[in-house]
Every structure is written in C-alpha cells, then in structure tokens.
Design a protein around this ligand. Sequence first.
Ligand SMILES: *[C@@H]1O[C@H](CO)[C@@H](O)[C@H](O)[C@H]1NC(C)=O
Ligand SMILES: *[C@@H]1O[C@H](CO)[C@@H](O)[C@H](O)[C@H]1NC(C)=O
Length: 161
Amino acid sequence: METMIVETLSDCEKAPSLGETKRCVGSAEDMIDFAISVLGRRNVAIRTTKNVNGSKQSIMIGSVKGINGGKVMQQSVSCHQKLFPYLVYTCHSVPKVRVYEADILDPNSKAKINYGVAICHMNTSSWNPNHGAFLELGSGPGRIEVCHWIFENDLTWTVAD
Ligand SMILES: *[C@@H]1O[C@H](CO)[C@@H](O)[C@H](O)[C@H]1NC(C)=O
Ligand SMILES: *[C@@H]1O[C@H](CO)[C@@H](O)[C@H](O)[C@H]1NC(C)=O
C-alpha cells in the first residue's frame, strides 16, 4: 500500500517533460477540464480499448478506422489509472499522434472479440534511446514512429471527429 501511494504521488509531483502538460485528476470533471484545456476545444471525444480479450493469443484485425480521417493530430491527451486508495488518473498531453479504432477478431471464427484503440506517436525524436519500443524494434529516437494499443483502463482524448 505504501509503495503504491508513494509511487503515485511521486508520479503526480514529477515535473512535466519539455513541452508536456500534465495533471493528476481525481474526478471525471477534472479530467474533462484538463482535456478541454489541452485540446483547446469543448468538443472532445474519449476512447479506450473495451476489454482484455485477445491478449496473449493470436488475433486478426478487422475493420480499422483512422480518427480525424487518419490524419496526424497536433495534440491528444492520455490518462492512466493509478493505484491509490481512491480513483486517480495521471493525464498528460501527447503531441503529434494518429489514433485508430479497430475491431479485434478471433482468427478462427472471425468473431469480434474486442474493440481496440491504438495510438501512433509520429515524432519520437525526444524519446530515450533505451525506450522499450526501440529495444524491441531495433531502432532509435526519431527514426521510426511507435504505435501501441491503449490498454483497458487507460484513456485517450482527442478533438471530436
Ligand atoms: C470476449 O471474447 C469472448 C469470446 O472469446 C466473447 O464471448 C465475449 O463476448 C467477449 N467480450 C466482449 C466484451 O466482447
Ligand atoms: C520532432 O520533435 C523535435 C523535438 O522534440 C522537434 O525539434 C522537431 O522539430 C520535431 N519534428 C517534427 C517533424 O515535427
């Protein structure tokens, strides 16, 4: 319990990185206010992956839709649920992204087993060279874009389509 509280607090108190805006929020209203302030619009949308179906197994990607017509968005907001005695999310601005939503299918039955949201970070030039994505993919800062699923319980905010 102590470790969890200390980790969440230190994450909340950590200074934002260059050009980043961050806030720890304890209510939906706080989260919405933060998303609106970063995105600069009141018309915003929230997305997340629906459940954990398909993890650690083979899957098939069904229909894919690019949010904002698949175009790069200058700004988005990601929020991550933290372990704490009450509900806390750490939210931060994430610039230069493409966001996609995809049906995740069972490869055998072709049945839809999940709705997945994925995000692509288009400019990785300021990332740590030891970031797990670079180690995994054998690349480095600014040489590739990095895409990943938004985990269940994490949230991504964008200007509404
Ligand atoms: C998760 O997948 C199972 C089949 O593997 C399916 O029965 C269930 O409805 C899926 N859950 C959701 C929320 O789609
Ligand atoms: C990528 O980010 C770096 C700093 O983080 C910036 O100097 C550079 O102009 C950016 N590149 C593009 C194409 O936006």
